[in-house]
Design a protein around this ligand. Structure first.
Ligand SMILES: [Zn+2]
Length: 256
């Protein structure tokens, strides 16, 4: 190989290296700055300070930080009472800044990533810092931990109605409660079609329709837990994690 050819090859190698580096840096910046999950994972670099382990508050936040801790602790107490043993440890992120809320992808929701370890990132703004909402999001985190831990998963192994219905077991807001269920189902006369709200369609539709989805899901899961018990619920989640089919397991337990 001539010196000229060798230089040419070296040049190509360098070009390739620099191009890969640029692509990597671009992907890195894009993920951590411009995707909701990436932004949540890197809040410490976006002007948030750790108030207490796992609780990040926007440094510009004007609300009362003592109330944040008080409500989170009350929600955690309700949450542990329901599960017995809590396995998840989600990160909670709080801001009232509209731009940051847009980057986070919501101001009262939970995003879970299940690659190597299961991590859930809960976003809240001051209007949602109440025990019901926090306990609801913590329940999503625990449910996701139980169905995903030890796995690398990008699929949804449980229907949305079940995930939301379970989260509502620790959310006592009346708009989702038993009285609301009686009205929503027209005194139990209206047949509920849970299969129609397995996926993202759960959140689509008018405000009334979405509210209906939450109400009927909470009631269905409550009924299942009353009939089968909390230990059966934990077993169900564990069997799903091991690859079991939700419908088969859920309905099998139902008839016992
Ligand atoms: Zn929810």
């Amino acid at each position: 190989m001539s010196i000229r050819e060798r230089k040419k090859r070296k040049g190509i190698r360098w070009c390739f290296f620099i191009l890969s580096l640029v692509l990597f840096v671009t992907a890195f910046v894009y993920y951590f700055w411009f995707t909701p999950l990436g932004y949540r994972m890197s809040v410490m670099f976006h002007g948030f300070r750790e108030l207490s382990p796992g609780i990040y508050v926007d440094k510009e936040y004007e609300g009362d930080r003592y109330i944040i801790l008080k409500r989170i602790n009350a929600a955690k107490a309700r949450h542990s009472e329901f599960w017995g043993e809590v396995k998840s440890n989600p990160t909670i992120i709080i801001t009232d800044d509209e731009k940051k809320i847009a980057r986070l992808g919501g101001d009262h929701n939970a995003y879970t990533i299940a690659v190597f370890a299961v991590r859930t990132y809960i976003s809240l703004s001051s209007s949602w810092i109440n025990v019901d909402v926090i306990a609801h999001e913590l329940t999503h985190a625990e449910t996701h931990y139980r169905v995903f831990h030890g796995l690398i998963s990008f699929k949804r192994p449980i229907p949305v109605w079940f995930d939301e219905g379970l989260a509502l077991q620790n959310d006592t807001r009346e708009r989702y409660g038993d009285t609301a269920w009686i009205y929503a189902t027209d005194y139990t006369r209206k047949k509920v079609d849970l299969d129609a709200i397995n996926g993202e369609e759960f959140y689509e539709g008018t405000e009334k329709e979405v509210l209906y989805n939450y109400i009927v899901s909470r009631y269905e899961v409550k009924k299942w837990i009353t009939e089968n018990g909390i230990e059966a619920l934990k077993t169900l989640l564990e069997e799903i994690r091991r690859g079991g089919d939700f419908n088969t397991l859920y309905n099998k337990n139902k008839q016992e």
